[in-house]
Every structure is written in C-alpha cells, then in structure tokens.
Ligand binder design. Sequence first.
Ligand code: CP
Ligand code: NVA
Length: 306
Amino acid sequence: MKKDLISIVDIKDELKEIIELGIELKMKQRMGEIFEPLKNKSMAMIFEKPSTRTRVSFEVAMTQLGGHALYLSPRDMQLGRGETIADTAKVLSRYVDIIIYRAYKHEMMLELAKNATVPVINALDDVEHPCQIVADLMTIREKKGEFQGLKLAYVGDGNNVANSLMLGSAIVGMDFYIACPKGYEPPDDIVGMARRIANETGSKVVITHDPVEAVKDADVVYTDVWVSMGDEAEKEARMKAFQSYQVNEELVKHAKPDYIFMHCLPAHRGYEVTDEVIDSRNSVVFDEAENRLHAQKAIILRLLKP
Ligand code: CP
Ligand code: NVA
C-alpha cells in the first residue's frame, strides 16, 4: 500500500523517527558524505502557487539523494487546459515514483492522492503545510532538545501553517497556544483533532485572542503572514484585523529570555513581524528554512521505503 503525506497526522506514528532521520541526514550532508539511495527514482512536482523554499529544497533533496525532480506548472501542463487532476494523477503515476503537489484547494489534493498509485506529498494547500512543520519540529528539537514541557506560541492567522503546527505540536507533546483575532481561529474540526491527540500525549491546545497570554513564558514564538496565497481579496480587512497581532520587541518581552523566533517565510517585515525580532539573536528562521531540505529528504525516504 502506498503512503501519502496530506496531513501531518498521516505520519503521526513515525513523526519523531522522521525528525531524527532528518537530523542524521543533515550530519551526513555536513560531513560531505555522498548518499544516493534514490538512483533512477523520479519525482513530479506540481506547483499551482509560487514557491521559493519548498520548490528548491525538494529539487535539491532529490538531486542529493541521487534521484531526479521535475517541476511542473499547471500553466504548461494539460491540467491548465482542462485535463482532470484524476487523469493527471493516473498518468504521472506511470512515469514517476512520487508526486509533490502545492494546491489552492484541499479537495484537489485529496483527488490527486486518491487517483495516484504512487505516494503524494502535500507541499501546501489551503488546509495544511505538513512538510513545513516537520522541518519546524526538527529545528525545535535541535535548539531545545525534548518537546515535552515546551510552550509554543503562534501569533496570527489560523491558517494552513497554524493547522499543521497545532497538530504537529500535539503529536510530539508540546503545548500549543494560538493568539488570533476573532473570526480567524483555526477550523473546529482540526482543533478537535489536535485536542484529542494532545490528550493522548499530555499536552495542551489553547486558543486565545490575547497575544500576551499566548507569548507569556513561551519557548517558541511563531508567526506567519496575515494574507496567505489565495486570500488576496481579503487583504484590506485582514490588515485591519491583525494590526495588534504583530510580533515585535514589546510582545516578545513576555517570552522566556532564551525563546526562539520562528517563521515559515516568506516574511512580510513590518507587518506580522518587525525587523528587530526577525533579525534578533533569538531568531532561527534561516536554520528553519535550511531544515526544509533535510526534513524533506527524511520524508521522501520514509514514503519510498519498500
Ligand atoms: N515556507 C514555504 O513553504 O515557502 P515557499 O512558499 O517559498 O515554498
Ligand atoms: N500561509 C502561507 C504560507 C506560505 C509558505 C500561505 O499559504 O501563503
């Protein structure tokens, strides 16, 4: 049976193992060790939305593992001229060993996964961004050690990144607080799922509208853009709603002195985060971005494991 990564919950039981493998692969890379277990393997990467980190880290990951990645934009595919995602999935499965997909709609992600006979990885959709969160958890593991007893404060939009981060935190047993404006909370079904998982791992999922309550004594402070790809029409309303949710020097004073600042990037400096915070000594955003490469190698290897 092929295994997909659509939600971070799909790798719930092996998440910690994947994080440790990511750390091991990073070491190999640092030592200059050649490790090419995916010789002659190919990956199709369909990107409906722009990407810097996800695209480049997946392509480089595949190259370094000895395989090959093909970047496919729907604009240049028959998908853009009306071929269905189901037919596209069936055809690509005859050529490649794994498919990466960045989609506007979660339903399209599910439709691709249902029809592909090879593993499908969600490279971001409107509901989740699981690969980002594997890299984030790897970064927290490297910087802070054990997850148990840590508090992560996410300040901002209850979006795809927040959803996966909430679920991922619950899986590893880290307390998750989100401070968001009214009307921008993560969806109830995902909060419910995260709380059920958190019950099992002895951690907490707290939703508040008060950024100070969330950030108080936090070990990790995380934010993401106020306007995600696909939300552009709501830009004006969002800019107003999120004004008091900026991560700035005043807010991070409430975190632990050795807190780390994280952001999936791209950052909109001066909006969700100030230069002072993102460029501070507490910021680990570029280590976090680097870890996309190592974490995704671990994910690919795990999904392609015979
Ligand atoms: N964080 C992230 O997924 O970045 P890209 O949109 O550049 O891939
Ligand atoms: N929430 C953002 C993440 C970008 C990596 C978006 O969906 O645009």
